[in-house]
Design a protein around this ligand. Sequence first.
Ligand code: AHR
Length: 701
Amino acid sequence: MTPLQKVSYEVTTTPVPSHLALGENTFIEKVIDTDLHCYDRDNKLVHGVFILLFQCIRSSLKCIKRMIRKTFAFALAGAAAVYATTFDVTFSTTSGHKVPSTLYGLMFEDINSGDGGLYAELIQNRAFQQVTPGTSAALTAWATLGSASIAVVKSSSPVSTALPNALSFKPTATSGTVGFTNDGYFGIPVTAGWKYTGSFFYRTPTPPATKISSSFTVGLRSTSGTVFTSTTVPFTTSSSWQQATFTFTASSTQTSVTNLFALTVNAATIGELTMEFTLISLFPPTFNNRANGMRVDISEALLAMDPGFFRFPGGNNLEGQTPAQRWAWESTVNSLVDRPGRLGTWGYINTDGLGLYEYLQWIEDMGMEPIMAVFAGYTLNGASVAQNSLQTYITEAINQINFAIGDASSNPQAAIRSAMGHPEPFDLTYIEIGNEDFFSSTTYTNYRWSAFVDALSAEFPQLHYISTSATSGSVPKLTPAPTYWDLHIYSNPNFFINGAFNFDILPRNGLQFFQGEYATTTQNSGATLAYPFIDGSIAEAAYMTGFDRNSDIVFAASYAPLLSSVSSIQWTPDLINFSPNSLILSTSYYVQKLFSVYKGDFYLTSTTNTASSPVQWSVTRDTATSQYFLKRYHSEHCSLHAPIHPASTAGTGTILTAAPGTMNTPTKPTAAVPSNFSFTAGKTITYNAPGLSLSVLVVVS
Ligand code: AHR
């Protein structure tokens, strides 16, 4: 094994970029005996993340000057020698900048994550949207029960223009229980105490001369026929569509989600009568008890991240493969029977039950700020809408914004919102013009950006418009010049470690950046990842210290993608994977959560951080609670010795760490989770952190 080496040097001042320079009245401790390098067992420079949260009672500690001395020691596995690194960090408790409330948030689009995911509907293919009648694909998730036949047909009298298809059901026997089942989105959870709320439309295309009155039975059952919960719904034959509504409550919890929703009838009561059904819906309890709402466990896991914003509805799913397949807000509002659904960008049908209204209502319920994207005339087949055909989409964008914030008494789009249950405008400040328009930079630069932003800002001058054509902080020339830019980056751990200072070098000239998508998607070798792994998550933490430090110009940042089903994955890794009844919170989820929960509201200028440092950190303060946060990452065995004065009595910390390569997976969902600890925060803080770790230290003084 290569002997460990120590690189030490003394400095009396620590150069910092000019925008980080401490203010006149602040105090910089002399930095002494500082080692800025950590080595792994092969004697390679390694990197790591650290977060310190301080708490200060400012009235009693008017000095507002702090010094933290950190001593890092390596105790490498198999090495007899312990390698110690010492460096002092000085930060001011007055110099710095505000941390925007939007700094950490969520980016969402339906990539196997809206229908059957965030959107709580349990019935897959509930309204036979966008399918070809008569095909077996049209019957996805449906099966017969007992002696009966089913087929998807184009109804001779559809329930609505938007929903032309129906399930045609016909008993093939004159006695016995017959019906049909749906197996949900990779299963249906049965949970004790859950009250399920359902509905469906039905009719008898050719009713008998004498009306038949009978009842359907609806419920949840196992695939072997054990009924867990059910109720009956009376009906009378009629050629007109009628809607049935029902509820039932489960009294037991089933560990298996391989369960079925079943609608049955006694064949003896209807004989071989053909009936049609559509929009067969079943919801579990939802977040905030909203009708047509969101899954509780997913919402709560996201809420625990204290997210500042929610970017939606894409991502690529905004754009579609062609203009006709774009996400068009009008098709996602009003009653569910008025929503035709669409073939989404990711190759499956979006029900659009999770529509513009549901997004905005849930965002409001979650206390987030929307970052709402509008389709900007570029589609994923590489084509751009011609300049002389763009007005349709500009008008559509104006109407979309009016739906969200217009005056319901005078604006027709806002009136739809009001009729749906929200007369008051939603909060809305940020509009994103398109998605990843660096793929079509010529048309964006030549006419699309200006056409959209000119028209939208004339109508809504109070809103901020985000451009999507930059790939880095070096921004392309657009007219009018955007203030807000969305940047996307997917890469490997080394990129994120080495990129921790990417935003430090950007000019302070009024531009504001949104790191709208980022994630470690491969190992350094290029090998792909099924789930986030600790090495990538800790590297993201290194990068995120740069968001804290540069939050004067980075106003928002979000990992992407946010969610994916464990059973249908088109993009890996994802922040959270879910099954019908469980969540796999990734190592990156915990990193995001720690940064967001401990973001504070004021970034405190500190010294010593450099791009080549094996550790990165940031110090922030929360004014309301007088808490100071220090976040730190590092990626090898280090120990921290942090003398701090004036004295504080106690501190609490949280650490996320695991062996290299560790992932939270469906079989090991808690392989790496944060743990809490306390430490004595006197004049000296001694803190030993293992390699590959993110720590948050909260200091009260
Ligand atoms: O987040 C996944 C995809 O990555 C988004 O749809 C797109 O914006 C980006 O290319």
